[in-house]
Design a protein around this ligand. Structure first.
Ligand code: ZN
Length: 151
């Protein structure tokens, strides 16, 4: 009888741990001075996905001071950031490049935007970089995206 009870306990326990994907929330702001408020964003080891919110705390319009948040491998990020200029305004300066892991929409002063993306396939040993692809902004607006190692 005790064994049956134990088996039942595990049957109930497994779905609770196995199926619940954890979404972690991160936020970052951009201002009218071409700055993010953070140079590092860290993802805890137990996060399956991340909901990232970008706030534009400035007042300038999107055509003049647009900000987005783009995530790419650290080795290629500058190349991808520079390709934003070629992608142009009609594409929100997002290049057609499958090395981009995630990106938000482009927002202007007073606006916010969010994205949710999978981080379970990112390698904690790798370098990842985030940046704004509005022309010229990546020089100031970039930072390190750290995926902490799991247990
Ligand atoms: Zn920007």
């Amino acid at each position: 009888m005790r064994l049956q009870g134990l088996i039942l306990f595990f049957i109930m326990l497994v779905p609770a741990f196995g199926l619940q994907a954890k979404t972690c929330e991160l936020s970052i702001s951009g201002n009218d001075m071409i700055q993010y408020d953070k140079s590092t964003l860290t993802v805890a080891p137990d996060c399956d996905s991340v909901k990232l919110t970008l706030h534009h705390t400035g007042k300038l319009p999107v055509k003049q001071m647009g900000h987005n948040w783009v995530l790419a491998p650290g080795a290629n990020w500058k190349e991808i950031a520079m390709a934003g200029l070629t992608a142009g305004e009609s594409r929100d300066y997002i290049p057609d490049d499958d090395r981009i892991i995630a990106h938000t929409d482009l927002v202007g002063g007073g606006e916010s935007t969010s994205i949710t993306f999978d981080v379970s396939k990112l390698d904690p040993g790798d370098d990842y970089q985030f940046f704004c692809t509005f022309p010229g902004h990546y020089i100031n607006m970039n930072g390190t995206f750290v995926v902490q190692g799991g247990s």
